[in-house]
Design a protein around this ligand. Structure first.
Ligand SMILES: *Cc1c(COP(=O)(O)O)cnc(C)c1O
Length: 427
């Protein structure tokens, strides 16, 4: 959409005044001196997430082992309950979603389940811009089948190092491909892939397709059932604010109900059979069967409070504000930072732009260090990328405006020269 913004501070304050989600900011722990723009790497703690974590701790204190079946949210069914609460964010039915594992583990689980090489179809199709952990996982899955990843993992190339063209991906869907794994939103440029189109083209060629939703779940609505995606997986610590290392999520389309998980364990059992302790595995119906061992209750508990906030705010409204914020950010950068060496790396079109913006600059590493010194928290990615996420539930338009003014000062006055142009341990 082509929105028009003014560049004044008063206008930023006006946008905050008319922001329908403004009240959600009070739900979060924010340092009033700091502008936090790293919610796409680690979302902030909300009071609700804290409360649901404390409630699970309280259940442990009070009930000991009986916390599995007693208390406000009995632990034995917490993964299923949180799956059901996540379902509206991804356009799925409750029993197609489960909260379990981590992103990388879930990718292993789903690849172990859905990658069935045949004589002709042995290859896995991914892309060259995806998150490295996904590639490591796919390489090892290929090795487990006795295949050389060099030959059997195909990574679609980007024409400009930022964006993937759907046409290029589709052209790589050959009759040697057994499985496709792609990101919903690219972690650097923030590009959204055309998931329904890619899914349709994959299915037309008899190929299964799954998506890594780490950078989209909680920022962008998904309609996985309607799009007929085979499976998906994501983390809950980025846009979903469930805390560092919080337990992840996975979705398996109901079309695949009954498929035996590649990696099985007792928590994938039918709930009423699990404690029969039989040596024959009785898998749960639906996504629950993809669980492996005992759920990490304390790493999962904050998600409950957090998902309540998402239900109240509504993912469509979150997306609407996020799109306005990222376009406002880009427009201000173009008008205020012209001639200062910045390039915009994210897509301009709404339908191709995720929840963060991507700024490129030769001095990106030390510009990020300067921003931090100014109490603005960005996210640096090698070699020249500054990612900034204006999060709909807790960032303001005024913060976006102030960030652009600070960037201008840092680069105009070469304030960054006092730092080395090198990343920190956690960039
Ligand atoms: C953050 C992220 C991961 C991280 O995987 P973990 O197993 O949670 O450490 C994987 N893939 C993508 C696309 C990510 O953005």
């Amino acid at each position: 959409m082509n929105r028009q913004f003014e560049t004044s501070k008063e206008y930023a304050m006006h946008l905050d005044l008319i922001d329908p989600l403004a009240s959600f900011r009070d739900e979060f722990y924010l340092d009033p001196e700091t502008i936090y723009l790293d919610g796409n790497s680690l979302g902030l703690l909300s009071k609700r997430a804290e409360a649901s974590l404390l409630s699970s701790l309280e259940d442990w204190k009070q009930y000991g082992i009986d916390g599995w079946t007693k208390g406000v949210t009995p632990w034995f069914t917490l993964s299923e309950k949180l799956g059901a609460l996540t379902a509206p964010l991804i356009g799925a039915q409750a029993d197609e979603v489960i909260v379990t594992g981590s992103t990388t583990i879930n990718l292993h689980q789903l690849t172990a389940t859905f990658y069935h090489p045949s004589e002709q179809r042995t290859k896995i199709l991914a892309d060259e811009l995806t998150f490295p952990s996904d590639i490591y996982a796919l390489q090892s899955q290929l090795r487990l089948h006795g295949f050389d990843p060099e030959q059997h993992l195909v990574q679609v190339k980007s024409r400009d190092g930022r964006i993937l063209e759907e046409d290029d991906i589709i052209a790589s869907m050959t009759d040697e491909v057994a499985l496709i794994i792609l990101p919903t939103v690219l972690y650097r440029s923030g590009q959204i892939l055309d998931i329904p189109r890619l899914t349709k083209e994959a299915h037309n060629r008899g190929i299964l397709i799954g998506f890594d939703g780490c950078h989209s779940v909680g920022a962008v609505p998904h309609y996985f059932d309607e799009w007929d995606v085979d499976f998906a997986f994501w983390c809950n610590y980025k846009h979903l604010n469930a805390g560092p290392g919080s337990v992840a999520g996975l979705y398996v389309n109901k079309r695949h109900v009954g498929i035996l998980p590649g990696l099985t364990g007792w928590f994938g059992s039918k709930k009423d059979k699990q404690f029969d302790m039989e040596y024959t595995f009785s898998p749960a119906q639906g996504a629950g069967s993809f669980q492996i061992g005992t759920p990490h209750i304390l790493s999962m508990a904050p998600l409950k409070g957090s998902l309540e906030l998402f239900a109240e705010a509504g993912i469509e409204r979150i997306r609407e504000k996020s799109l306005i914020c990222t376009q406002y950010f880009s427009d201000l950068i173009e008008s205020e930072l012209a001639g200062l060496g910045f390039e915009i790396g994210h897509p301009r079109e709404d339908k191709r732009r995720g929840g963060h913006i991507c700024l490129e600059h030769l001095e990106a590493a030390r510009i990020c260090k300067c921003l931090k010194e100014e109490k603005i928290i960005p996210d640096y990615r090698e070699p020249n990328i500054i990612r900034l996420a204006p999060v709909a539930l807790y960032n303001t338009y005024l913060e976006v405006w102030e960030t652009v003014q600070t960037l201008k000062r840092i680069v105009k006055d070469k304030q960054y020269e006092k730092f080395e142009n090198k990343r920190e341990v956690i960039a």
